[in-house]
Write a protein of this length. Structure first.
Length: 62
């Protein structure tokens, strides 16, 4: 799960930008297979997750 919703909070974009811990973790996971980024506002939305084929969420670790 993404640590920031940059649509709602554009000032937090640096938290997910290339070189950030989030981006580094995403690249590592992406290299091992299919990976999607879910904004925090959608993490509990079962219909949204199902529509995207997402069955597991990994919380972002700082």
């Amino acid at each position: 799960m993404c640590p920031a919703d940059v649509i709602a909070e554009p000032h937090r974009r640096a938290e997910i930008a290339p070189g950030s811990p989030f981006h580094t973790a995403w690249v590592r996971l992406r290299e091992s297979g299919r990976t999607a980024i879910v904004p925090p506002s959608r993490a509990a939305d079962a219909d949204y997750l199902a529509a995207r084929g997402i069955t597991d969420l990994l919380p972002h670790e700082s």
